[in-house]
Design a protein around this ligand. Structure first.
Ligand SMILES: Cc1ncc(COP(=O)(O)O)c(C=O)c1O
Length: 396
């Protein structure tokens, strides 16, 4: 059973609003369930979907199968290294020399940090800094995992290495960069991991997505296997082969040559992760806004609330009124910068000063709106922890 409106209202009584929170009872269940979904694969925490040092530590301490962080920028990796984290994979290319330098300094001190590459330009820039700082910098090859169907590009536009032939071209150039050492392969199958296939009341859409996903899976797992083999033949052993995300654990874990799965969103479970057929996690994170007006019967206007998520334009990027159940936005206003009117005809006797709880559609972006997360356990606020933003860090 999920918490009710009055449970959260009582638990957060007296807290100034707006505030963001994580329900640790639900979060811990997600941590446990994600681990059992992954079977024997290691899980690398995707930091962009948590953006909280304390919660990443909590996951790592839960079980040694949780190992390493997938960072979203090099300055973030350098910062986490300075806080004691290790085994840091920067999942997106780093081009600025200063940023590569920050990482190089930590590698020199013995930290394991990998930078992402798929182009000679990436290798060149990393090599230049490695040479200057007299350190060999470990890198990871990003293998594109999108599928091309007639008239449809199914996936995301990321890496230029999308075949055995292009992987070979990349590998042939490695010898030109002696201060770079290829240590990992990553392939992110976004069209499986980040695309729901179980939308309420949308049977046809769900069947089309499932069909495309099953055709894509066969093709990309064969691609990954061939490329990993080619890389191993060329450079010897690798530290890791990374794949997947929250939405693809059951699929990615079946690939023998994948050693670890990246997972982030599932820990908070924002609304975009409600729509998957193979798993159901718990809505562990949310935020509360305060009712400050009642312009007419059944209309409650709150202060703030408009935290819209990034990505393709669509209603699914808006936050969702969560509790009390039955609240909805006005179509002409939706979630506003300073005022969010909500329509509510349910049984709760809402008053000025009461909270309304919302869920963000994505995971980590919520933390860019708040300095702190209130941690709730057994119906009580047990801690107030900083988000990255609260730590004074804003990476992207
Ligand atoms: C490279 C990469 N791996 C994995 C993930 C999966 O993260 P999550 O579990 O938050 O969906 C992402 C998310 O965008 C990603 O960019």
């Amino acid at each position: 059973m999920l918490p009710t409106y009055s449970f959260y209202k009582n638990a957060f009584q007296g807290q100034p609003k707006p505030f963001a929170f994580v329900d640790l009872d639900l979060f811990d269940r997600n941590v446990k369930d994600i681990l059992s979904r992954a079977k024997d694969k290691k899980i690398r925490i995707a930091s962009k979907s948590l953006r909280s040092v304390s919660l990443m530590k909590r996951i790592l301490e839960y079980d040694p199968q949780y190992q390493g962080i997938m960072c979203f920028t090099a300055p973030e990796a350098a910062w986490l290294a300075s806080l004691g984290f290790d085994d840091l994979l920067v999942a997106y290319p780093t081009c600025h020399p200063e940023h590569i330098m920050m990482v190089a300094e930590h590698i020199k001190k013995g930290k394991k940090i990998y930078l992402m590459t798929d182009k000679v330009e990436h290798l060149q820039r990393i090599n230049d800094i490695g040479k200057q700082r007299k350190v060999i910098i470990p890198v990871c090859l990003d293998l594109d995992m999108s599928s091309k169907f007639p008239g449809l590009y199914f996936g995301v536009y990321r890496s230029s290495v999308n075949s055995v032939a292009s992987a070979k071209e990349y590998l042939d150039r490695l010898a030109d960069f002696p201060f770079v050492s290829l240590k990992g392969v990553m392939g992110y199958e976004a069209q499986i991991a980040g695309l729901g296939n179980n939308f309420k009341g949308q049977k046809i859409k769900n069947s089309v997505i499932k069909l495309l996903q099953s055709s894509s899976i066969m093709e990309i797992s064969a691609r990954r296997k061939k490329v990993v083999q080619l890389v191993v033949d060329s450079v010897g052993s690798l530290d890791f082969v990374n794949g997947g995300g929250t939405g693809s654990i059951e699929i990615t874990r079946e690939e023998e040559h994948v050693t670890e799965i990246a997972v982030g969103s599932g820990f908070y479970t924002p609304t975009l992760f409600d729509n998957y057929g193979k798993f159901k996690h718990h809505p562990a994170a949310g935020y509360a806004i305060e009712i400050v007006r009642q312009p007419q019967k059944n209309v409650y206007t709150c202060l703030g609330g408009g935290y819209v998520a990034s990505g393709a334009l669509g209603a699914d990027k808006l936050p969702t009124p969560y509790l009390p159940e039955g609240c909805s936005f006005y179509v002409n206003e939706m979630a506003g910068e300073v005022q969010t009117p909500l329509i509510y005809k349910g049984e709760e006797n809402l008053k000025i000063g009461d909270p309304v709880f919302l869920r963000h559609s994505k995971a980590g972006e919520l933390c860019e709106r708040f300095n702190h997360l209130l941690l709730l356990q057994n119906g009580e606020v047990v801690e107030k922890i900083p988000t990255y933003r609260g730590d004074g860090k804003c990476f992207l």
